[in-house]
Design a protein around this ligand. Structure first.
Ligand SMILES: CC(C)(COP(=O)(O)OP(=O)(O)OC[C@H]1O[C@@H](n2cnc3c(N)ncnc32)[C@H](O)[C@@H]1OP(=O)(O)O)[C@@H](O)C(=O)NCCC(=O)NCCS
Length: 140
């Protein structure tokens, strides 16, 4: 595999590769995260905060960020299993944070499913701290 890592905004020709990545990495996602629907919705809201990472021509990672005017949020940070521990997710997060900062975002939040040790270790390495909050959700 090449070592040329690039992070850029999502483009329409990435759709099939992103769907494959998410179906692999988030195989147990709920129906409201159906990949093609999620992509379509994200392209209508802050599409510049939907990033992909490539190693040469191969799409190997994604992150979906957003800024609601109060907080920045991170979703669907994913790296293909064979490309992990090579700095791909770190590069995606650095670009997402830079774009959020440029929008005036003062703080970033994210949720990790209980027991996701890889993600916990990754976010801790990036300087994120666990905060004592209860996460609520409601289906609309
Ligand atoms: C979490 C995830 C995105 C990390 O991607 P990655 O490209 O491998 O991360 P990086 O290479 O940038 O890692 C940076 C640092 O984070 C830490 N880290 C990353 N993955 C780790 C793991 N599995 N165990 C321990 N530390 C880890 C390390 O300190 C690492 O630096 P090092 O490799 O020099 O030791 C990837 O494992 C993944 O896609 N997991 C499944 C999807 C997921 O859980 N997403 C997040 C929740 S939405």
């Amino acid at each position: 595999m090449s070592t040329t890592l690039r992070v850029r905004s999502y483009a329409h020709h990435d759709e099939d590769a992103v769907v494959r990545l998410w179906q692999t990495v988030f195989a147990d996602d709920p129906p409201w995260n159906a990949p093609r629907e999620m992509i379509r919705r994200k392209l209508e809201v802050q599409p510049d905060l939907f990033l992909v990472a490539t190693l040469d021509a191969e799409l190997v990672g994604t992150v979906v960020a957003g800024f609601d005017g109060v907080r920045g949020w991170i979703h669907h940070l994913a790296v293909t299993p064979t490309a992990r521990r090579r700095g791909v997710a770190s590069a995606l997060m650095a670009e997402a944070e830079a774009r959020l900062r440029a929008l005036g975002c003062p703080k970033l939040n994210l949720q990790v499913r209980a027991g996701n040790r890889d993600a916990e270790a990754f976010y801790a390495a990036l300087g994120f701290a666990v905060e004592a909050r209860t996460s609520f959700g409601k289906r609309l």
